[in-house]
Write a protein that binds this ligand. Structure first.
Ligand SMILES: [Zn+2]
Length: 464
């Protein structure tokens, strides 16, 4: 097998520099992203890493071949918020998380995000894996036992704690030197911690909370801390060291720092993942999104008003490492861009190869603004434009199919529209301009615009 791919360069949080990407095994590129905590409907900020790393997955599949990229995106289905919400509603955590996860899947499917059903081939190893924390408790226990046995963790009052000061390289990913963190640490509140920096690998379950048999010889049942799940699941599905670990910038510390500590100390490896990618924050109309400000937007809220493609393009217009300001104006602009691209692509099939200009832009640390400019330059070549947009997860439909979808989504009364168009045609034939204008106005009021073709027929579209 030979790879004549352009060179992919990615900004690596670990080194603080943009680097040429060199997979450990080009025949099997392995990538992990921290996925959702499924206790409530996902908000638009949660959609950002999902869309950005979906684009990276698509690009890697394009560069290395679909059979040569494995992507694991986990689901956190045990955590304090989940326990509290399930108790509040009087249901089991599995019931709560199954329902929330199903909603999440519907949300991201509408955003054009690839899922297992799109990429996994029965009879071949899965290329998209969505591991759930509660399905990997045994693997977590095994890791915790190994960390205790290796002197990297200790048991105290039913907890297992990671011994942070015993790992000199702790803080390397987040660029927080251990001695500075130790000097700056507040007086510790939990008496069972040797150092205030130590973090929980396992803890006792409170009454009514889900619990599992504990590791490290602890008699009482308990539950895992948050960080250990990603170490256990990535090792199981991708190996002890893999190529890319991705997530939101807010996860660098402590979550990713702790994942690195657990995995490296458990397996005795120099790194957990070679490349660490982090997407920037999202704010709404210039403000931090919060329930108290009333600007908390779920993915479904946006999808109720806008097609998924518009949402996806809006998210990708900003480079993934920059903060994004989510605005109505941005959505309107994306909608116009998609109209233009669909008109240019028409019903032409995608060209066999994606345009080099688009691929090169994406290979420059997922430079989506440059790639979008490259797409704009292709509007006189519909089938190449479509191939480039497809790599973005956009323009999946023909223009005709999109128009039919728009008609269906608008809820417009199709027989009424057809009747008005016939009325208008008859009025024009009779040169009854007043009647023709009335029909046109009635159509406009329904959001329908009519285009008269040279051959005497007319076509119509609905706004949106
Ligand atoms: Zn994680």
């Amino acid at each position: 097998m030979s790879f004549m791919a352009p060179m992919l360069r990615l900004y690596n949080t670990l080194s603080g520099a943009k680097e040429a990407f060199a997979p450990i095994d080009p025949a099997q590129v392995r990538m992990y992203a921290c996925g959702p905590t499924v206790y409530d409907a996902a908000h638009i900020g949660n959609a950002r890493p999902i869309i950005v790393f979906d684009l990276l997955f698509r690009l890697l599949r394009h560069l290395y071949g679909p059979a040569h990229v494995t992507y694991a995106r986990n689901v956190t289905d045990v955590d304090d918020k989940i326990n509290a919400r399930a108790a509040e509603r009087g249901i089991s955590i599995r019931e709560l998380t199954d329902g929330t996860l199903a909603q999440f899947h519907r949300d991201i499917r509408d955003l054009g995000v690839l899922g297992p059903e799109d990429v996994n081939d029965p009879g071949a190893p899965p290329r998209f894996i969505e591991p759930r924390a509660t399905d990997h408790i045994a693997e977590m226990r095994t890791m915790i036992d190994a960390l205790v046995a290796g002197g990297h963790a200790y048991v105290a009052e039913g907890h297992v704690l990671f011994d942070v000061p015993a790992m000199p390289e702790y803080g390397r990913l987040s660029k927080r030197p251990l001695d500075e963190m130790e000097a700056g640490a507040r007086v510790e509140v939990a008496p069972y911690k040797r150092s205030p920096l130590d973090f929980v690998l396992w803890k006792p379950s409170k009454p009514g909370e889900p619990s599992w048999p504990s590791p490290a010889g602890i008699a009482e049942p308990g539950r895992p801390g948050w960080h250990i799940e990603c170490s256990a699941m990535s090792a199981k599905h991708l190996g002890k060291t893999f190529d890319i670990h991705a997530g939101g910038i807010d996860l660098i510390f402590p979550h990713h720092e702790n994942e690195v500590a657990q995995s490296r100390c458990c397996f005795g490896t120099p790194v957990m993942a070679n490349v660490w990618l982090h997407n920037g924050f999202l704010q709404v109309e210039g403000e931090k999104m919060s329930k108290s400000l009333g600007n908390f937007i779920t993915i479904r809220d946006v999808l109720n008003d806008w097609p998924g493609e518009v949402v996806r393009l809006t998210m990708l217009k900003t480079h993934y490492r920059q903060p994004i300001d989510w605005t109505l104006r941005g959505l309107e602009e994306s909608s116009r861009v998609l109209d233009r691209w669909y008109n240019a692509a028409g019903d032409e099939p995608a060209a066999e190869t994606a345009p080099g200009t688009v691929v090169e832009a994406l290979c420059d640390d997922l430079n989506t603004p440059a790639a979008i400019n490259a797409l704009h330059a292709l509007t006189d070549d519909g089938s190449t434009l479509r191939a480039g947009a497809n790599l973005f997860g956009l323009l999946a439909r023909t223009r005709s199919a999109r128009e039919q979808d728009q008609v269906a989504a608008s809820g417009v009364d199709v027989p009424a529209v057809e009747a008005l168009i016939a009325e208008r045609k008859a009025a024009r034939a009779a040169k009854d301009w007043a009647a023709s204008d009335r029909a046109r106005d009635a159509l406009a009021a329904m959001g329908v615009s009519v285009k008269d073709n040279k051959d005497g027929t007319s076509t119509w579209t609905v706004a949106g």
